[in-house]
Ligand binder design. Structure first.
Ligand SMILES: NC(=O)c1ccc[n+]([C@@H]2O[C@H](COP(=O)([O-])OP(=O)(O)OC[C@H]3O[C@@H](n4cnc5c(N)ncnc54)[C@H](OP(=O)(O)O)[C@@H]3O)[C@@H](O)[C@H]2O)c1
Length: 115
């Protein structure tokens, strides 16, 4: 991938990884010449991955939150504490979850096929 970045005549602008743990990132960084720009992992209030978030911040790797609404089968969107915060703020549970992730400093990638 590093060779592609170097030879792509600016078509490839950055390299990122997905679902890398601190262990796998540490192993990668032992030999990588280019630090990944992003690490896309599952992040939401039920899975906060604080150790990984701290590690990525320290290394300058932007975390990207996939499944920030908990993915299609999750109970996160109906979790009473989140629904309660939403009602208080006049926002939906989905809006609260997206806002929460952004405030954590993550890039947030929700997905909808129906709205
Ligand atoms: N790198 C990886 O390994 C990995 C793994 C999983 C996912 N991803 C990526 O992460 C992104 C999101 O993943 P995801 O779809 O699993 O999880 P998600 O975005 O957390 O959840 C999607 C669910 O939330 C619902 N939803 C979306 N907007 C809503 C809204 N405003 N109000 C209420 N419900 C809402 C969707 O229903 P409707 O569709 O009916 O709106 C769907 O059931 C995708 O782009 C996916 O490709 C990456």
């Amino acid at each position: 991938m590093e060779a592609i970045l170097a030879s792509s005549h600016h078509k490839v602008k950055a390299l990122g990884v997905s679902n890398f743990s601190t262990h796998n990132l540490s192993k990668l960084l032992e030999t990588a010449k280019i630090v990944p720009a992003v690490n896309q992992v599952e992040l939401h209030p039920f899975l906060q991955q604080e150790k990984l978030a701290e590690f990525c911040k320290e290394k300058g790797i932007q975390l990207v939150a996939h499944s920030p609404l908990g993915s299609p089968d999750s109970t996160l969107l109906t979790e009473s504490s989140i629904v309660k915060i939403g009602k208080k703020q006049g926002k939906s549970a989905a809006q609260c979850l997206i806002s929460w992730g952004i405030q954590k400093g993550w890039a947030v990638l929700p997905k909808s096929v129906s709205s």
